[in-house]
Ligand binder design. Structure first.
Ligand SMILES: N[C@@H](CCC(=O)N[C@@H](CS)C(=O)NCC(=O)O)C(=O)O
Length: 213
């Protein structure tokens, strides 16, 4: 790939951002060659002029394709799906595609208490030490209730074929699973099957620096 078409993905240095996860899985599933660069949020690298210039908003992840820079994980996933040849990341059917976007938007805007009490550090570094508060328990129950409505019983994907929304939903469920919080067996099986995809293991098992609390 020529430099004018080169693809670079910027991820957080410890590889714990759920948003970097989505962007990474999108590129891996699409099968396009790209380069990864790590950004240290702790060192404020996302606030540097060069990163602000390419991402505009200074958030991680960001994708650069030639001279085009883009941040926001769901925008990146959609761009990767549309700009490159390869397997679909979003369903072809308009209803399924809209539902996939609904799931991804919901995951990014709800379940705050669960995200706070089961942060991604508890997935990739130390497990949570406290049980869920009443508020986070309500969040967990909502996640399970919604996932139960969405994931057809006994199936390993939301729709007829895998989509990037499966990776996002499985990631959210793993906040509970990895911390030993209860998750019904059929959702556990669904999430586990997603966790076994090479695109997902590439992120989950990526080398990480030592934990700094
Ligand atoms: N909605 C964004 C969220 C991105 C986000 O919150 N990234 C965090 C790292 S996980 C970040 O860049 N934090 C630094 C900041 O916002 O200044 C997305 O989906 O990409």
């Amino acid at each position: 790939m020529s430099d004018s078409q080169k693809i670079v993905l910027y991820v957080d240095r410890p590889w714990i951002s759920p948003y970097a996860f989505t962007a990474y899985v999108a590129l891996e599933e699409k099968g396009v060659p790209y380069e990864v660069r790590e950004v240290s949020l702790g060192d404020g690298e996302h606030k540097r002029e060069d990163y602000l210039k390419l991402s505009i908003t200074g958030r991680v992840p960001a994708l650069v394709h030639g001279d085009f820079g883009l941040a926001e994980s769901s925008a990146i996933a959609e761009y990767v799906d549309e700009a490159f040849d390869g397997p679909r990341l979003f369903p072809g059917d308009p209803h399924e595609r809209a539902r996939a976007r609904q799931v991804m938007a919901w995951i990014r805007s709800d379940l705050m208490a669960l995200r706070e009490e089961r942060p991604t550090t508890t997935m990739f570094y130390e497990r949570a030490k406290k049980s869920l508060s009443v508020k986070a328990q309500a969040s967990a129950e909502k996640l399970i209730e919604v996932a139960t409505k969405l994931v057809p019983f006994g199936q390993t994907s939301l729709f007829r074929e895998w989509s990037i929304a499966d990776a996002d939903l499985a990631f959210m469920l793993h906040r509970l699973i990895l911390n030993g919080d209860p998750v019904p067996d059929h959702l556990r099986d669904y999430a586990r099957s997603q966790w076994e995809r090479p695109s997902v293991t590439g992120f989950v098992q990526h080398a990480r620096p030592d934990f700094e609390s």
